[in-house]
Design a protein. Structure first.
Length: 616
């Protein structure tokens, strides 16, 4: 593509804007001064929730930042954070900001060998490790990471280990240094950080190839935070529950920096297993989730309807239909009849109010990102009286490129570009974007950077999309995931997979069919629902392996799924369904840390099973 890229675009939306540059130190210091609340952060320990004030956060960040300096950390040195979501994560991150270090967040669920690669590649000098499990991973790599000088640990139970520095010990180092440095000088040094300096290096969890270190600058994140808050209203009285990994840019930007900048209280979920209890305890008003979270909520509702008595099942399905019709008319700006308004009020009182109670009873806003969300699931959440805004972006774009807005939601789209962000559709359908949110480049990979970013600033997302007449963007699929059948037909698998996941019997689904005669689906069932159905049919089974091997079960699931896809074009329609006996996992290399399926890994690992389906 030439430097005059716009000449070869099918369509372009958004336009440059004069957005003042800034750094994350500015964002942090302004928030501390503006809000000064007693419950800036909340966490659960010993069965009770505890609060940390803005003043205490500021004090701990300052001591941690000066502690890093006392350990010899200089501006642009790399410091890795290997931890679950907790207050120490935020303090460590802002300590890097205030000391000028470059943070390297690492997913805590990653195995030791992948963590070793990222620490080695980034040349991190210090690693923050949260628990014994994470400490053991870091110990494994010490001999192969010559840059690593110090491990700082969070948990008290490992604080006495001989080769570590307790987090409190780091704060004590900083306390000593603080007495020799005036507070104004400490703050000014951080505020003087060049907005275009690298703030963080995040390693992509790509579905193929070696992870690449994405270099995001202070201004990349600063601009994305400030323009997001022009579109999404987050209030200082809001309470957020932080669930998604902070090592992922979506939660880092929206659930971390946006919440800090807006003055909302951040509550850290204990774990994924405790989300239900945590929701009822902190009763959040805003939350970020990836589509898998919403799929589970929707699946639980449909499974509850299936198990309910006949009258209750009819009520739940009636409410679902009423809510869908009401939501569609509201989103389209059409008049809602008195009859439909009354039906919605009844459905809300009898059904949807109970759905909201599952979220804690105060939820007003969900933000969805990281992967496409089924319009049916979005419609369900909106019907329950909770605003759901779906956005689009990548790690390389800090991450948000476009976002639906309050009062301007169109299901099936990811809204319009943020202020100052441009989006274009290339001749081959690929989405390109440029703006202040686009990364500086890939760490130590100049060729990959040049391949991704055009000389005039356009970044290749690798996604296929369309722009509608109202200037809204919709995502079709990943460019590399497009299936080309043996007959030369192009199929975008994601929308079809999303429709299949609407079935209460489907947990995960992958379409296969590249260079084959027709597509098929590889499915991980929702085992609770499938086991209940099998028992109702008096089908005996010892385990999941035997369950999914039973011809009656296979035929039932295949019929359930394929009937929902019967209106697809003939060449798009899957012909067979294969069932797997277990959930796809990151440990097995089958999904990324953000739960994106590694399609080629699945096709390779289960090739013999897939080949048998085609032979049959």
């Amino acid at each position: 593509m030439s430097t005059d890229s716009s000449a070869s675009f099918r369509a372009i939306i958004g336009e440059p804007a004069d957005i003042p540059a800034g750094n994350i130190a500015q964002l942090f210091l302004e928030a501390v001064q503006a809000y000064d609340r007693p419950d800036a952060l909340k966490y659960k320990k010993g069965g009770a929730w505890h609060s940390i004030s803005h003043r205490q956060v500021y004090s701990n960040v300052k001591r941690a930042a000066l502690g890093l300096v006392a350990l010899g950390i200089k501006p642009n040195d790399r410091v890795a954070i290997l931890s679950e979501n907790r207050p120490e994560w935020l303090i460590s991150d802002f300590a890097c900001v205030m000391s000028g270090a470059t943070s390297v967040p690492l997913y805590p669920m990653l195995p030791a060998d992948q963590i070793a690669y990222m620490v080695q590649d980034s040349e991190a000098r210090i690693v923050f490790a949260s628990t014994r499990e994470q400490l053991l991973k870091v110990r494994e790599l010490r001999g192969s990471a010559p840059s690593l000088e110090q491990i700082v640990v969070y948990d008290e139970e490992i604080a006495t280990e001989p080769d570590v520095l307790p987090f409190d010990g780091l704060l004590e180092l900083g306390e000593s240094a603080a007495s020799e440095l005036a507070d104004d000088e400490y703050r000014q040094r951080a505020l003087d950080t060049d907005p275009h300096d690298v703030l963080t290096i995040l390693y992509t969890s790509g579905t193929t190839g070696v992870p690449k270190g994405v270099m995001l600058t202070h201004n990349n994140l600063y601009s994305n935070v400030r323009t997001t808050l022009q579109v999404v209203e987050i209030r200082r009285e809001d309470v957020s529950l932080s669930v998604l990994p902070l090592s992922h840019i979506f939660e880092r930007m929206v659930g971390h920096y946006v919440m800090v900048d807006a003055g909302a209280t951040i509550c850290y979920a204990e774990s994924f297993q405790e989300i239900g209890a945590n929701l009822s305890e902190v009763r959040p008003t805003v939350m970020t989730l990836v589509p898998r979270g919403y799929e589970r909520i929707y699946g639980q509702f449909k499974e509850a309807a299936r198990k309910a008595s006949a009258p209750k099942r009819r009520l739940m399905l009636w409410a679902l239909d009423v809510g869908s019709r009401h939501t569609d008319r509201v989103l389209a700006g059409q008049r809602v009849s008195a009859s439909l308004a009354l039906q919605q009020a009844i459905a809300d009182r009898l059904v949807f109010s109970k759905v909201r109670e599952l979220f804690g009873g105060r939820m007003r806003l969900f933000v969805s990102g990281s992967a496409p969300l089924s319009p049916d699931i979005a419609r369900f959440i909106l019907s329950a009286g909770v605003t759901l805004l779906e956005g689009y972006g990548l790690t390389e774009t800090s991450p948000i490129i476009s976002l639906n807005n309050f009062g301007d939601i169109k299901l099936g789209t990811v809204g319009r570009p943020l202020p100052g962000v441009e989006v274009a559709i290339a001749q081959d359908g690929e989405i390109l974007t440029r703006g202040p949110n686009v990364m500086k480049g890939y760490y130590k990979m100049p060729e990959a950077t040049a391949a991704a970013i055009e000389p005039d600033g356009w970044f290749h997302t690798g996604d296929i999309g369309e722009i509608d007449a109202d200037g809204r963007l919709s995502i079709t699929d990943r460019k590399k995931d497009i299936i080309v059948t043996a007959g030369g037909k192009n199929i975008a698998p994601q929308p079809i997979e999303n429709r299949a996941k609407n079935s209460p019997y489907v947990n995960q689904v992958i379409m296969i069919g590249d260079r084959r005669k027709f597509p098929i689906l590889v499915v991980v069932p929702e085992f609770d629902a499938l086991e209940a159905w099998a028992r109702s049919q008096h089908i005996e089974f010892r385990d999941h392996e035997q369950l999914v091997s039973d011809p009656r079960v296979c035929e039932f699931v295949e019929r359930e799924i394929l009937n929902t896809l019967a209106d697809l074009a003939r060449y798009e329609r899957p012909k067979r369904v294969a069932l797997l006996p277990r959930e796809l996992t990151m440990a097995a290399g089958e999904v990324t840390p953000t739960m994106k399926v590694r399609r080629r890994v699945i096709e390779s690992k289960y090739q013999s099973m897939i080949d048998r389906l085609y032979e049959d």
